[in-house]
Write a protein that binds this ligand. Structure first.
Ligand SMILES: [Zn+2]
Ligand SMILES: [Zn+2]
Length: 388
């Protein structure tokens, strides 16, 4: 069957799933679950795929709320990634209900393509994106070893086929000082809070002399017990982000110097730990992004180039994109001035615009599956990936 006919077929399939997909999205939206506790959302998405003929494995990679749903037996294996975790207090303020449901809608529509052209569609249920790095565990467990291409569409305020993300490391620090009466015998104390404040000040100075696309930010998690006791213990958590691993490594050293310097100055002993889940930078495959872009445009959507001024975060999709060729695309569900991670964006994720974005994302994903399975296309995608 020719390519345009197949694309019509997958679009019709998404249209015919419309009511069920919207209901699924609203159910997940109305029942927000934090990372690694997404029992309802992962079960609903996996059930929908099982009901539509997918072979479902639940609780993979040591994560109870991760799943893999496969249709087809052969290579190439095209993965559509579903996220479904929510944020504390504001629910689906990142709109992950739309990510999860657009992936399953596209996968069900893609069955026709697999039946015609061979290959497999794999929906990866990837829990705990918000700060927990579920996909990092899945990459480490080898979940993506058999996968040829991976795609994910995130709701946002613009349609972009290749959103960029920063590598991100998390630093946990503690200072150990010596308690004393803050007025009676301050000369006998060692002030662990001062050490943290010195480190903050040093980092603020450092920030003026780093690249514009790098980020350093943190909070104090322990600043002492009472104002009349010299703080004997303090603690902070910092995130260090950069566009590539080399600059991240450099920044990690420079940030750590701020803490060791503060330790020397204050006399408080420093203990630190870099968390082992480092978010990788996003490596978008531009061949794949080009195909996705054309499909968005053919749906009548205006596509824009990635603009770092709209924000640079980090995602565990970055780690997947270092393993296999992939894209992290965005679909507009709210006006450009809307802010993600807010109650307003959570409302957008359950609005008419949100539903339209979800259906458009599912269509564009399934249409891109058609493209990937055309002769020679996957070779081009892989050539770009291995060129680096
Ligand atoms: Zn998100
Ligand atoms: Zn988020």
């Amino acid at each position: 069957m020719e390519i345009e006919k197949l694309k019509l077929l997958v679009k019709d399939s998404v249209k015919s799933q419309k009511e069920q997909l919207i209901q699924l999205s609203l159910n997940i939206h109305d029942n927000p679950e934090l990372g690694f506790t997404e029992e309802k959302a992962s079960a609903w998405l996996a059930d929908y795929l099982a009901d539509n003929g997918f072979h479902v494995e639940r609780g993979i990679a040591g994560l109870a709320t991760a799943f893999r749903a496969t249709y087809g037996q052969e290579s190439p294996r095209i993965a559509l990634l579903a996220e479904y975790d929510a944020l504390p207090k504001i629910g689906h303020g990142c709109g992950h209900n739309i990510i999860g449901v657009s992936a399953v809608g596209a996968a069900v529509a893609s069955r026709f393509v697999i039946d015609q052209l061979g290959g497999s569609i794999v929906v990866m249920g990837t829990p705990g994106e918000e700060g927990l790095g579920g996909k990092i565990d899945m990459v480490k467990a080898g979940t993506f070893k058999e996968i040829d291409v991976a795609m994910l569409v995130h709701p946002n305020t613009r349609n972009v086929p290749n959103e960029e993300f920063l590598a991100c490391s998390t630093l946990e620090v503690e200072f150990f000082g010596k308690p004393a009466h803050a007025a009676g015998q301050p000369d006998k104390g060692i002030n662990a809070l001062d050490a943290i404040i010195l480190a903050f000040t040093s980092i603020n100075s450092l920030r003026q002399h780093i690249r514009g696309d790098a980020r350093i930010h943190g909070i104090i998690t322990d600043g002492g017990e009472a104002p009349n006791i010299v703080p004997a213990h303090s603690a902070a958590v910092f995130l260090v982000r950069a566009l590539d691993y080399d600059y991240l490594a450099e920044l990690r050293d420079r940030v750590l110097n701020c803490f060791t310097g503060a330790s020397t100055a204050s006399g408080a002993r420093l203990e630190y730990r870099w968390r082992d889940r480092t978010y990788a930078p996003m490596k978008n495959n531009m061949t794949l992004a080009g195909l996705f872009k054309q499909n968005l445009q053919s749906l009548g959507l205006q596509v824009e180039a990635f603009d770092p001024h709209f924000g640079l975060g980090s995602t565990d999709m970055g780690n997947v994109s270092q393993e296999v060729p992939g894209i992290h695309a965005t679909i507009a569900i709210a006006p450009p001035e809307a802010l993600i991670h807010t109650p307003e964006f959570a409302a957008a994720a359950a609005s008419q615009a949100g539903h339209k974005g979800l259906l458009d994302a599912a269509k564009a994903l399934a249409m891109t599956v058609v493209d990937i399975l055309q002769p020679g296309t996957l070779d081009k995608i892989k050539q770009e990936f291995y060129r680096g």
